[in-house]
Write a protein that binds this ligand. Structure first.
Ligand code: 5RP
Length: 217
């Protein structure tokens, strides 16, 4: 199976977690786009979806899947999203697409987080993929200096603005022996809105697809 086929297999395997009549939290990215395409096939069974980005909202609407405001629901039964890296502990690095803050909000508001990945994303330890941090623009230099003190190399994502009007700093070459501790440390830096480590609230289910199809971790 190609990587695209593996992404599709993971995306389609997530359908069985969707309850009839429910509202589904939907992440962002190429794997999630395949999930949205699959969800379109059962759209008559769901009430709607909460989107984690403008791109996802547009794709949901293009399939006539009703988009619901997170503030109009008491909570969500399920959140489906991809990841840039994942461990067997279901700790994740996310935010390659820059939607990390809204993704973390929708994940937090959901009872169950099902993460869908192809096998290239499964790693022993997080840190190969740079950790994205969403930052208030005026804090760019300050946050960069704090990242250097932590041992990382801050790189501004050039020309990129998040859906919230902020910048992204990608942290390269930062060892991550304790993802939960680092997630908290990064969040404690003034000017940081959110970071791409999803460890304090990991995925509940990891659907990994390889050439044999999707399996659950
Ligand atoms: C976007 C994300 C995505 O889930 C992550 O980047 C994976 O994307 P893809 O499925 O395209 O590989 O966190 O902010």
């Amino acid at each position: 199976m190609s990587q695209e086929q593996q992404k599709r297999a993971a995306a389609e395997a997530a359908l069985k977690y969707i309850e009839e009549g429910s509202i589904v939290g939907v992440g962002t990215g190429s794997t999630v786009n395949l999930f949205i395409d699959a969800l379109a096939g059962i759209r008559h069974l769901v009430e709607g979806a909460v989107a984690s980005s403008q791109a996802t909202e547009e794709r949901l609407r293009s399939h006539n899947i009703p988009v619901v405001d997170l503030n109009s629901v008491a909570g969500l039964p399920i959140y489906i999203d991809g990841a840039d890296e994942a461990t067997e502990h279901r700790h994740l690095t996310k935010g390659g697409g820059g939607a990390l803050t809204r993704e973390k909000i929708v994940a937090a508001a959901s009872e169950q987080f099902v993460c869908i990945i192809d096998e290239s994303k499964l790693v022993g330890t997080l840190g190969g993929f740079p950790v994205p941090v969403e930052v208030i623009p005026m804090a760019q230099s300050y946050v960069g200096r704090q990242i250097v003190k932590l041992g990382g190399q801050p790189v501004l994502r050039d020309g990129f603005k998040t859906d919230n009007g902020n910048i992204i700093i990608d942290i390269r070459n930062l060892p991550i022996p304790d993802p939960i501790a680092l997630e908290q440390q990064l969040n404690a830096i003034a000017g940081v809105v959110c970071n791409g480590l999803f460890a304090a609230r990991p995925a509940d289910v990891l659907l990994v697809a390889d050439s044999n199809g999707a399996r659950t971790l």
